[in-house]
Design a protein around this ligand. Sequence first.
Ligand code: FAD
Length: 329
Amino acid sequence: MRPFVYERATDVADALDRAGDGAVFLAGGTNLVDHLRLGVRSAERLVDITRIGLDEVEELPGGGLRVGALVRNSDLAAHPALRRGFPVVAQALLAGASGQLRNMATTGGNLLQRTRCVYFQDVTMPCTKRDPGSGCSALEGYAAGNAIFETSPRCMAVHPSDLCVALVALDAVVRTTGPAGDREIPMTELYRRAEDGPETDTHLVPGELITHVDLPPLAPGTRSAYRKVRERASYAFALVSVAAALDVVDGRVRDARLGFGGVCHRPFRARRAEEALVGGPADAAAFAAAIDAELAHARPGRDNAAKVPILRNTALAVLAGLADEGARS
Ligand SMILES: Cc1cc2nc3c(=O)[nH]c(=O)nc-3n(C[C@H](O)[C@H](O)[C@H](O)COP(=O)(O)OP(=O)(O)OC[C@H]3O[C@@H](n4cnc5c(N)ncnc54)[C@H](O)[C@@H]3O)c2cc1C
């Protein structure tokens, strides 16, 4: 590990003052410290932001929530207002990592964790995300985890977060402050596509601090859920995952939100499926037609074609579960 300076910021203004000149924000450290150890990343200064506040969940008028960037994943998953209004987010959080990691990991850090692509983490292999211009080893190498949507020969890595899949589906908004002033960035616009340049994951600028994530309210009666498929029962990243919210009135879909994880360079919003669902019947045939409309745009490669039927089955199971839950209530 290369030497670095450790500093502790006292508040948001102090954190911003300390940003720049090779500084990197340190939150829970569960991703960043691994990368410093592996040599995936280097930093001259680590600015610890865990004592700057931003560790509250605030209930907004109308039923939304404002989540501080330093709220730990465990605390957020256990928050009564989140569990009541946004079960899909609580389930996504609890599907991630382990209890110990969730106790350390923060909301902002989860959004900015980097891909788990094996070539990104192996500094002996070419990876354009880690070493711009060096190419993508996953194109011809181990490719079972590669993206199937918005694929690009520049980078086949997928975004690893569970939480982000739920946040993208729910139209969450990321609030930031930094060199460009205060900004509100929809989760669906935070991340870059591989084709736009995989070296950088997001549209944040250096020194920009995530302060909060806002969850807009869902219509009363909306049901939501998250399901993750992985190679072992716990402590593994998603092979594929599905976040869904369904508002069904008199047997017809009034609103549908769908996010897919493990399949794209960014947390993927399944808008084609949503469009096909809205206004139609909440039944198995309509669900299958909608998911197939989205999957028609999947571009699996040699080794990851299995993601397509697994994603299809997972999405259909989630939608059927939500429709049944609504019909029973
Ligand atoms: C073994 C293991 C298994 C895991 N499994 C899963 C899983 O199944 N699902 C899943 O979703 N995640 C999983 N994770 C990832 C884990 O959730 C992330 O490491 C964690 O959420 C990152 O949060 P952190 O606070 O520790 O971030 P840090 O490691 O402190 O920071 C990560 C990045 O975010 C930046 N950053 C942090 N906070 C801010 C902020 N407020 N503003 C601007 N920049 C910021 C840092 O500078 C850094 O670049 C796993 C991790 C490990 C080690």
